[in-house]
Design a protein around this ligand. Structure first.
Ligand code: ATP
Length: 303
């Protein structure tokens, strides 16, 4: 659907490029995660995809057409839900939706249908008459999302849509976003919360310093070659086992260990039993995005 080929971008006066040869293929359907720490270049890429900035070099096509031509042919094809609140605080929810629907050029009948659909999707029914400035952080995010959906975009760009929301609204937002591909909208979801990306994205690109460090189906990225075991014990891991398995501490009595062969796991469990450590939890053979990111960059996503 979206093909990004060798795209670079440098802000005026900046010493380094914000995007440095980004190449990505984003298929139709699904939620595609753009994961990276602050300053990685996510917002810059999203702004270029939304037409707010032009790439310094490289090509982008949507369904085989250059991006600008695709947007000119169908101005509603791509919608952006920005990181900031993008509505008028003193207008009510309905007034905001009516205004932004009008900007999109929706007919009266379309406007009514789309506003009803967006309100239902974002579950804003209880607050339609409230000025936006009186909404909680979570409801503001939901209004932002509802506005983005008014034109029934083929591609929805979500720039960190859960920043500053309470856990309940976050859960609701993530569930709603995961359901969008089934309604015909492909989603690009930027975040520095790897748990969110792991929860709702089928494919992921990890970006840092304007470059793609890894890209692919989430399951394939997280499947590791080396066997990895996550253990939770009732006691400290004995030091000899820690060094033999290159253990990394993951919190109180939680460890991440490496195995070199299939026979290593029963041996490890025997050794733990001999040392008097009971295993409370055990997970085998799967990375998580935080570890993958650390392996690629030698630092944490939260740095
Ligand atoms: N208007 C600007 N002028 C100059 N440099 C900028 C500007 N906006 C962003 N940058 C720089 O470009 C790089 C990429 O920033 P960008 O906002 O795209 O990253 P991000 O991954 O979206 O981070 P965040 O999660 O903090 O929004 C950073 O080094 C940032 O400092």
């Amino acid at each position: 659907m979206l093909h990004i080929d060798d795209v670079s971008f440098r802000y005026r006066g900046a010493e380094t490029a914000a995007l440095d040869g980004i190449a990505l293929d984003i298929p139709a359907g699904g939620v595609y995660g753009l994961l990276g720490p602050n300053g990685a270049g996510k917002t810059t890429l999203i702004s270029i995809l939304a037409g707010l900035q032009s790439a310094s070099s490289g090509q982008i096509t949507l369904n085989g057409r250059p991006l600008a031509a695709a947007r000119a042919a169908d101005p509603r094809a791509i919608a952006l839900v920005p990181q900031d609140y993008a509505f008028y605080p003193m207008l009510t929810v309905t007034e905001n939706l009516r205004f932004f629907g009008g900007v999109l050029g929706l007919s009266k009948a379309e406007l009514r249908t789309q506003i009803d659909a967006a309100v239902a999707f974002a579950r804003l029914e209880q607050v339609v008459g409230k000025p936006a400035e009186q909404l909680s952080g979570g409801l503001r995010r939901r209004l932002n999302l509802a506005i983005g959906l008014l034109g029934r975009p083929q591609l929805l760009l979500l720039d960190e849509p859960t920043v500053g929301v309470d856990p309940q609204s976050r859960h609701f937002l993530l569930d709603s976003i995961a359901g969008l591909p089934a309604t015909g909208t492909t989603v690009i979801y930027t975040s520095h919360y790897m748990e969110e990306v792991e929860a709702i994205c089928e494919r992921v690109a990890i970006v840092d310093h304007g470059k793609v460090l890894a890209e692919g189906a989430l399951e394939a990225l997280l499947r590791c070659d080396e066997s990895v075991v996550e253990l939770e014990l009732n006691a400290e891991l004995p030091p000899d086992l820690a060094s033999r398995h290159e253990a990394v501490g993951e919190g109180a009595m939680k460890y991440r260990l490496k195995l070199t062969s299939a026979a290593d796991l029963p041996r490890l469990l025997d050794n733990l039993a001999t040392a008097g450590c009971a295993v409370q939890q055990l997970k085998v053979g799967r990375e998580n995005l935080e570890h993958l990111f650390m392996r690629l960059t030698k630092r944490s996503l939260r740095d």
